[in-house]
Design a protein around this ligand. Structure first.
Ligand code: ATP
Ligand code: FE2
Length: 328
């Protein structure tokens, strides 16, 4: 029998609702992102965005999937990591639906969901994953029953670095796509701090140095070009070491920054050198959305995991390697 899972995502600025079947078919994936007029994301404003738009997006996702609410067999929600107020709003909506529809509730780790939706799409069994987004920068591989973090940022995430850089250069949010467009026009490479420490990396020094280049009158396109080449080169170095060390033969690129074509090009080169298969998650599944939560809900449900409403408090600091992976 086919199961239908409603997945609800709302860890940060985006709210998403998606329906995925137990066979791994994505039937719908509705989504909306809060775009602040200026400055960064305020958690309270983002949570208000989720409570205002969430119910409508959920209705749309059910309708677009061609099913009815009574067909839903389980409700999955992103329990963490993320911003407390956003997580609480999302969890409240999920709990209410689970009680109202009298179906099980499943809690999902947002980072694990980014990896597993990539595995569903690529049919990878056991990849080294480069997970890059506004809040996370991690190189992950499965070992000893958990997704282990082999390397990560010691300060800010790469997507955040690109968003802040864009803001400093007078460009709107989200900055990643605009930096990518500008970088294509750049041709002069400026040295920026290349900061890899063992398997970890750091981006804040580069951000400061890039801002300084701007104040010295260097063109925006050359700054974006230099930032991309340096920051992606650092990621490629630790991803390459993770592949060499684990001897895994699949390399997966996931998270919102996976939409970047230059990063994709660099990492596919790394995979080729190590005779590994490469996959970049397609743009509609790369960023934060409900389908990845729904798919992880299915995987967990099949492995016997569900959560009682009274135990379902949110986990803002839930790490990728904090969860025993029962379905692998
Ligand atoms: P997480 O909670 O997993 O950290 P998130 O809240 O940052 O995720 P995502 O949708 O996964 O949300 O990622 C958004 C990030 O992706 C933003 O920082 C944005 O600038 C970046 N991004 C989007 N498109 C591109 C691109 N083409 N190149 C580089 N970065 C991009
Ligand atoms: Fe995300």
């Amino acid at each position: 029998m086919t199961l239908y899972c409603l997945g609800i995502e709302g860890t940060a600025h985006s709210f998403g609702a998606g329906i995925v079947t137990s066979e791994g078919k994505v039937l719908s994936n509705e989504w909306d992102m809060l775009k602040p007029a200026q400055g960064g994301i305020h958690p309270r404003e983002a949570s208000r965005h989720h409570s205002e738009l969430g119910p409508g997006l959920i209705k749309d996702s059910v309708q677009k999937a061609g099913i009815h609410f009574k067909d839903i067999n389980l409700v999955a929600f992103s329990r963490g990591p993320g911003l407390g107020p956003c997580l609480r709003t999302t969890a409240t909506i999920a709990r209410t639906l689970s009680l109202k529809l009298a179906v099980p509730l499943v809690d999902v780790n947002h980072c694990v969901a980014h990896i597993e939706i990539g595995c569903l799409e690529s049919r990878f069994n056991d990849p080294v994953t480069v997970y890059v987004s506004g809040g996370n920068t991690q190189v992950i591989a499965f070992a000893g029953g958990r997704f282990r973090t082999f390397g990560e940022t010691l300060d800010i995430a790469i997507g955040n670095m690109l968003d802040v850089l864009a803001r400093e250069l007078g460009m709107p949010f989200p900055g990643g796509p605009i930096v990518e467009r500008e970088a294509k026009k750049g041709s002069n490479f400026y040295d920026l701090p290349y900061s890899v420490k063992g398997m970890d990396l750091s981006y804040s020094g580069m951000l400061t140095a890039a801002k300084k280049l701007h104040s010295e009158g260097v063109s925006i396109s050359d700054i974006c070009y230099s930032v991309q080449e340096t920051s992606f080169g650092m990621l490629a170095e630790i991803a390459e070491r993770a592949i060499a060390h684990t001897k895994k033969n699949e390399l997966l690129l996931t998270g919102g920054v996976a939409r970047n074509n230059r990063l994709t090009e660099i990492l596919s080169g790394v995979a080729k050198r190590h005779e590994a298969t490469f996959h970049r998650v397609s743009p509609s599944l790369a960023g934060d959305q409900g389908a990845m939560i729904a798919w992880n809900g299915i995987l967990q449900y099949k492995s016997g995991r569900r959560i009682k409403v009274e135990d379902s408090h949110v986990l803002p600091k839930w790490r990728t390697d904090d969860q025993d992976i029962l379905w692998r």
